[in-house]
Unconditional design. Structure first.
Length: 229
C-alpha cells in the first residue's frame, strides 16, 4: 500500500506543493542530466574537430585517422546519453517514491536508490526504448500507447521486485486492461499536451517547472484511478 496522499484526488495545486517540497532534488536532477549531456557533447565536438583537422592534412594515414576520429565522435556520446537518461528517469521515480512513502524525497535518497540497482534500471530503460521505438516505427499510435505506460512502468521497476518483463507487461495491463486504466491514459495524455503547449509558448523555459509538476500529478492520478496500488 502507498501513502494515504497517493489515493487522494489529484490537483494542480497538490502537484505544485509536492514540486516545491522537492525543488532541491529536482534541481539536482536537472543539473545532473545537463552536465552529463554537456560533457558528452564536448567530448564528441573535440573528436570531431580532431577528425576535421586530420582529414585536412596530407597523406592517406592522416585521412584514415581523421575518419576514425569522426567515427569515435559519434560513439563517445553513447555512454553519456545512457547515463544522462538514467539520471533523468528520476523525474518519474522521485514522484513514485514520494507517493509510495508519503515523505519528501531528498537528493541523497533519490540518488542512493538509483545507484542500488543501476543495471536493472538500464535494462528496463533499454527494453522500454526498444518497444516504444518499434511502436513509433510501425505506427504513431502504438508508440504513443507504449509511452503512456511509462509512469506505471517506472514505478514498478523502482518500487517492486518484479522481473523487468513482468513489470512491463503488468504495467501495460494496468493501463489498458480496465476502464479506469484507460481514463488514466487519457488524463496523462491531456497533462502532457498542456505541458507541451506551455513549453512552446515560453520557448521551453516553462518545461523546467511544468515537466516535474506533471510527473507528480500523473503519479497521484495513477494511484487515485487504481492503476497503482
Amino acid at each position: 500500500m502507498a501513502a494515504a496522499i497517493a489515493y487522494e484526488p489529484p490537483s494542480i495545486s497538490k502537484a505544485w506543493e509536492a514540486f516545491l517540497a522537492h525543488i532541491p532534488t529536482i534541481l539536482l536532477i536537472w543539473v545532473g542530466t545537463i552536465v552529463i549531456a554537456g560533457v558528452g557533447f564536448m567530448a564528441s565536438l573535440a573528436l570531431t574537430l580532431v577528425g576535421v583537422g586530420l582529414s585536412g592534412s596530407s597523406g592517406s594515414g592522416a585521412e584514415a585517422a581523421g575518419g576514425v576520429a569522426a567515427m569515435l565522435a559519434h560513439l563517445v556520446q553513447l555512454p553519456f546519453s545512457v547515463l544522462s537518461n538514467l539520471v533523468g528517469v528520476l523525474f518519474v521515480a522521485v514522484p513514485a517514491m514520494h507517493y509510495a512513502s508519503g515523505e519528501t524525497i531528498g537528493p541523497e535518497t533519490a540518488f542512493r536508490l538509483l545507484m542500488q540497482r543501476p543495471v536493472r534500471y538500464l535494462l528496463a530503460g533499454a527494453l522500454f526504448t526498444v518497444v516504444a521505438a518499434l511502436g513509433f516505427v510501425l505506427c504513431l499510435l502504438p508508440g504513443l500507447a507504449v509511452t503512456l505506460v511509462m509512469p506505471v512502468y517506472v514505478n514498478k521497476v523502482f518500487l517492486s521486485e518484479l522481473p523487468i518483463l513482468d513489470a512491463f507487461s503488468s504495467s501495460f495491463q494496468a493501463v489498458y486492461g480496465s476502464p479506469a486504466g484507460r481514463r488514466f491514459a487519457g488524463i496523462e495524455l491531456v497533462a502532457w499536451l498542456l505541458v507541451l503547449v506551455v513549453s512552446v509558448f515560453t520557448c521551453g523555459l516553462a518545461s523546467l517547472v511544468a515537466v516535474p509538476v506533471a510527473t507528480f500529478y500523473i503519479q497521484n492520478a495513477a494511484y487515485h484511478q487504481g492503476v497503482l496500488s
